[in-house]
Design a protein around this ligand. Structure first.
Ligand SMILES: Nc1ncnc2c1ncn2[C@@H]1O[C@H](COP(=O)(O)OP(=O)(O)O)[C@@H](O)[C@H]1O
Ligand SMILES: [Mg+2]
Length: 270
């Protein structure tokens, strides 16, 4: 029994912000560091994380590589959408997580880009929530509605509201605070007004909304190229099968910054 198993949820009610890519990178990083890791795909409809892992298994077999693999689970919602089936789905997910916690140190949950009762149930289980946002003002709208002139918060988004409710429930039942990280992803290398504005607004929001802001992961072509092989930056650096560029090293350093912020100490260098 690993009593202090941690659940990391990667969530943002928006598609394309990099949740699945981040989920696999975190999972493989913790595996290389010596932890037992399980992953859960709550976005079974898209199944990006699931396909990523399937590609990884296939590539490892083809190339005879000894790549670390997480224990992977897909949890799909029942086909009925009524209150009873929602509760049953939530109970099933809670039971699966409870079970995984007895054997794994870290459980990483990837979620869909829209609200669903299953995604919400996943969020309720989070010890750590990471919300990747793309380098765009449109993405900030998922967190809060911003006045275009003053750049002040007009209102919190439904997603933020939801997180607040979850934080409140945790407090009421005596659980530790939910550690919420907002991570700026796909930062462009070109200096633009929009880019600085996103940074300024997120800096301001972090104190008001109580998250920790990391700025973040750069826009790098390499992220789009690894999916079909199911590889991560760390595998590329370790296996030495591809040519290593400065962009790979920078990407690893960015990942290390994210891992440092999450604050689960690495057992060994990755
Ligand atoms: N840092 C990055 N640089 C470049 N492309 C990225 C980066 N992170 C993610 N992507 C790409 O963005 C797209 C969406 O990423 P994905 O992880 O599927 O997002 P989500 O799970 O939030 O929908 C994918 O094509 C992915 O390869
Ligand atoms: Mg996804």
């Amino acid at each position: 029994m690993t009593n202090n198993a941690k659940v990391i949820v990667v969530g943002n009610e928006k598609g394309g912000s990099g949740k699945s890519t981040l989920s696999i990178h975190l999972a493989i990083a913790y595996l290389y560091s010596g932890y037992k890791v399980a992953t859960i795909d709550l976005d079974g409809r898209q199944g990006t994380l699931t396909h990523y892992i399937e590609n990884r298994v296939r590539y490892a077999n083809e190339k005879n590589l000894d790549l670390p693999m997480p224990e992977h689970l897909v949890v799909t919602p029942s086909q009925f959408s009524n209150r009873r089936s929602s509760n049953e789905d939530e109970e099933q997910l809670d039971a699966e997580i409870k079970d995984l916690k007895t054997e794994y140190d870290i459980i990483i949950i990837d979620t869909p880009g829209t609200y669903s009762h299953l995604s919400n149930a996943g969020h309720k289980n989070a010890d750590i929530l990471i919300t990747p946002v793309n380098d765009s003002l449109v993405d900030i709208d998922v967190i809060a509605n911003i006045d275009p002139n003053t750049k002040e918060i007009i209102s919190e988004s439904q997603y933020t509201n939801n997180i607040r409710n979850i934080q409140k429930i945790r407090k009421d039942i005596g659980k530790d605070d939910l550690f919420w990280i907002v991570l700026r992803n796909r930062i462009s290398h070109i200096d633009a007004k929009n880019k600085r504005e996103v940074d300024n607004i997120l800096k301001k929001l972090q104190t008001q909304l109580g998250f920790t802001y990391i700025s973040g992961i750069g826009e790098r072509v390499v992220y789009r190229e690894m999916f079909l092989k199911g590889l991560t930056i760390l595998d590329l650096l370790k296996t030495g099968t591809d040519e290593i560029t400065i962009s790979h090293i920078a990407a690893k350093n960015e990942l290390l910054t994210v891992l440092n912020t999450i604050n689960i100490p690495l057992k060994q260098d990755i």
